[in-house]
Design a protein around this ligand. Structure first.
Ligand code: B12
Length: 234
């Protein structure tokens, strides 16, 4: 399907009035109907509904899919289909206008940590940051601590973002930060962690500088990190 040429609203333009309109998209995701989901998302985009509201509807739809999975009505293949639909809608309906990309706000390295292949949350964060002027290097999923350390050496990021979804990924996040500490590079980079794996966890105990589950927090925190870094310059 071709991408529509319309200019979509930014993720920052969240509006409560968008919510009722998004039920069709939510339901299409729950039914695992890709064509219906794409049509509903494009309709919403044409109506000017914010990209964030569309993303939230997809996330709610995927939570409904998960409930059915937990109830034994859906299986792993259905979760894979849900992820496929989410990616497909995000690629088709959540396109950001190129002209919004300004001068480089800072360099970011992002990944899903070792042992975890969930990446839809990470993907959205990457898009939001890229759209807002950050230069983002995405190491993908299942990123080993050594890969992360090497990426810090190569790309010299101001910020490292570690995402984890599985419960076990909290340990992987901690292990990755320990590897960064052991490499002597910890002082060169601010670290933000997020995703369901670290919900309710203290960032300090994980060795991170910040933690959040909300994609929109991510942009605010990155701006704060950059302001702090600027303040530290001699
Ligand atoms: C889709 C899905 C999959 C897809 C993933 C595809 C992909 N490319 O991501 C597939 C089918 C591959 C999959 C595989 C598995 N999955 Co799965 N999966 C899901 C499901 C249904 C949705 C996850 C999702 O993408 N949600 C949408 C995204 C956008 O939301 P999100 O990830 O929560 O991220 C949000 C925030 O956390 C935030 N965020 C994320 N990272 C960061 C980072 C920062 C810095 C910030 C600020 C924010 C942030 O961004 C998002 C904003 O809303 C969840 C159920 C659920 N309720 O979450 C199960 C779930 C996570 N999976 C689960 C399991 C068990 C598995 C498997 C082990 C299944 C198996 N038997 O093989 C494998 C794991 C393989 C592995 N090694 O990782 C369990 C995890 C249990 C646990 N607590 O550990 C869940 C909860 C299902 C369940 N009810 O049991 N899964």
């Amino acid at each position: 399907m071709n991408r529509p040429a319309i200019c979509r609203k930014s993720f920052r333009e969240v509006s409560a009035v968008d919510a009722p309109q998004t039920e069709a998209l939510c339901a299409a995701m729950e039914e695992l109907n890709e064509m219906k989901a794409l049509t509903a998302a494009l309709d919403l985009a044409e109506q000017g509904v914010s990209g964030f509201a569309i993303f939230e509807a997809l996330s709610e739809g995927i939570r409904r899919v998960d409930k059915r999975y937990e109830a034994g009505e859906y299986f792993l293949a259905d979760l894979m289909m849900a992820a496929h639909i989410m990616r497909s809608v995000m690629e088709t309906a959540l396109v950001f206008p190129e002209e919004d990309r300004g001068t480089c706000m800072g360099r970011v390295v992002i990944c899903t940590v070792q042992g975890d292949i969930h990446d839809l949350g990470k993907q959205v964060i990457r898009e939001i940051l890229t759209h807002n002027g950050f230069e983002v290097t995405d190491l993908g999923v299942d990123a080993a601590p050594d890969t992360v350390v090497q990426a810090i050496r190569t790309h010299k990021p101001h910020i490292l973002i570690l995402s984890g979804t599985l419960q076990a990924s909290a340990l992987s996040i901690r292990g990755t930060i320990r590897a960064v500490e052991a490499s002597g590079l910890r002082k060169t980079v601010r670290i933000m962690v997020g995703g369901p794996a670290v919900k309710d966890r203290s960032p300090r105990l994980l060795g991170a500088d910040a933690r959040s589950d909300k994609v929109l927090d991510c942009l605010r925190i990155c701006h704060e990190f950059m302001a702090q870094a600027a303040g530290e310059k001699p």
